[in-house]
Every structure is written in C-alpha cells, then in structure tokens.
Design a protein around this ligand. Structure first.
Ligand code: A3P
Length: 293
C-alpha cells in the first residue's frame, strides 16, 4: 500500500480514499465469494453510481418501488469496497446487489466465470470531471481544488480517487469478454430513461409490467431522486456530517454538457487532444451535449 498524501492511498496501482476502506478486505478481494445471481453496478466515480443503485433497487424490491419500506438505496445496493453502512454480505439473501468503482483487475475472481452480472455505467469524461471537481470540494475526505485548471491536472494525471478515467473504462472494455457485462451510457439514460431501463431489464432477465416500469422510471428521474431521502445519500452525509466540507449534494445538476460552464476553450482543446489520443481505438460512443443525438 502506497500512501499518496492525506486523501488517497494506492493499492495495486489504484487510488482509494481512506474513508470506508479496509485494507484486509482489499487484500482478500480476489477470493470474495461471488454468487451466480449477484448483480454489480460498476462505475468510475461521478458517472451515475447512485443512479444505477436506485435503478437496481427499484427493479428488484417491490417495497422500494411501492414506497412501502423506508430502506435506503445504499443499504440495498452497498458498495463492495467501501464500507459505508456496515457489511453483511455473507448473510444477504440472493440476489445480492452491489456497486463498485474497482478497476477490472481487482474484480473478485468469481466474476470471471461470467455468471454474475455487471452493469458498467459510463459518462462523458468532461462532465465526469466537472462533477468530480464539485464533489472533491464538497467532501472533506477528498482533496479540494481552487479552480478547474488545478483539478483538471489531477484528473488527467489520475491523481484522484478512482485513478485515471481512461484506464478504468479501457480496462473494463478491453476485458469485457472475461465478464458478463453490459455497458450503459449515462447520457442515454438522460435522453431516454425508459429504453435504458428496458436494456438493463433484458440483460438481467427481469420483466416488469407497465405499472412497475412506470414506477421505476418515475422514481429514477433526477428531481424525484433528489427529493427522495432513501435515494440521494443525504442520510449518509447527515450521519457523518464531518465528511462534508461545503453544502453540496450528491445529486447536483444531473445533465449533459455542464462542462461547457466550467472549461475554458484552451482547456477543452487540450482535453480533446488527450481524449482522441487515449480513446481512438475504443469503439464506445459518447455524447457531449444535451442536444446531440
Ligand atoms: P452532477 O454532479 O453532474 O450533477 P455518482 O453517483 O457516480 O457519484 O455520480 C453523481 C452524478 O450523477 C451527479 O452528476 C448526479 O447529479 C448524477 N445523477 C445522479 N442521479 C441522477 C439522475 N437520476 N439523473 C441524472 N443524473 C443523476
């Protein structure tokens, strides 16, 4: 384990926050017992993790969908590697739902028998970076940056939690044949949430009737999640007020193209050059603007 300052430590080449991490757990992650019907949402930070958690929760738990139980999303779809609200993985009934930011090479070996399912949600990296900039300033557990220039340096060098965005997405994409994985784009969810949910349902072999589907779509909309205390992580922040530096929220803007409000022309050009160099052979589609098809 390499200490990279007050905020991050690097384990097997990947940056974690100190908060919620148990090194023994990471050391044994490869052996973590996977059940065939486990389902994982995997993301690079700020790419729609909470959204994915809420979708799974709504799809799998009728009481969540019908608002019959006051169970929080984070408890129903806990982080694998970050211990946010306590771990009871062994005793959880199947199907177990998880979310995770791990890179492909830290994935438990059991995922490689291609039975358990992984949904990888990805988002255009300029919006990821802007979301991350605000998030890093909001959370006391992360290093703040005075401006976007400063944060962009860290982001493009992978000196943030989650390490380098390019490595994360490339790793999962290039090793997709080792896993049972479905890629879902955040921007597709923004543009047509119902179609994205249908795609996820098909992958998971889940059938929802019209009423249930309507309930999932409605409760996964940004405004509804923002006002739903079970879904927006406010309780996590309230339980541990010391982790918040400023008054921000996990659900901030939830749109496509906010990077245009943050990046200068020069920063954008530099980013584009790096993006083209790093991504030229990766056949994934990206949407950068809310009006783009
Ligand atoms: P912004 O900061 O750009 O608003 P993560 O959960 O991986 O940390 O990602 C957080 C980002 O996803 C935030 O982006 C948040 O607003 C956005 N998000 C969460 N739920 C959403 C929803 N229902 N619709 C659109 N965006 C959502």
């Amino acid at each position: 384990m390499e200490d990279t300052g007050k905020f991050l430590f690097t384990f097997k080449g990947y940056n974690f926050t100190y908060s919620g991490i148990d090194v023994d757990f990471l050391e044994n992650l490869d052996d973590f017992e996977i059940r065939d019907d486990d389902v994982f949402i995997v993301t690079y930070p700020k790419s729609g993790t909470i959204w994915g958690q809420q979708l799974l929760c709504l799809m799998y738990f009728e009481e969540h969908r019908k608002r019959l139980a006051n169970v929080e999303t984070i408890d129903q779809v806990p982080f694998l590697e970050y211990n946010v609200t306590g771990r009871h993985f062994d005793t959880r009934p199947s199907p177990r739902l998880f979310c995770s930011h791990i890179p492909y090479y830290l994935a438990p070996r059991g995922l490689k028998n291609r039975k358990a399912k992984i949904i990888y949600v990805y988002r255009n990296p300029k919006d990821v970076m802007c979301s991350f900039f605000h998030f890093s300033n909001m959370m006391r557990i992360l290093k703040p940056s005075t401006n976007m220039e400063e944060f962009m340096e860290l982001f493009l060098e992978g000196k943030v939690y989650g390490s380098l965005w390019f490595d994360h997405i490339r790793g999962w994409y290039e090793h997709k044949s080792h896993f049972n994985i479905q890629f879902i784009m955040y921007e597709d969810m923004i543009k047509d949430l119902r179609s994205s949910i249908l795609k996820v349902c098909k992958f998971l072999g889940k059938e929802l009737n019209k009423e249930d589907m309507d309930a999932v779509v409605s409760q996964a909309m940004f405004e509804n999640m923002k006002s739903d205390p079970r879904a927006n992580y406010e309780s996590v922040l309230n339980r541990q007020p010391e982790i918040r530096r400023t008054d921000g929220h996990f659900l901030r803007k939830g749109t496509i193209g906010d990077w245009k409000n943050h990046m200068t022309v020069a920063q954008n050009e530099r980013f584009d050059k790096i993006f083209q160099r790093e991504m030229k052979d990766l056949p994934l589609k990206f949407i950068w603007d809310i009006n783009e098809e």
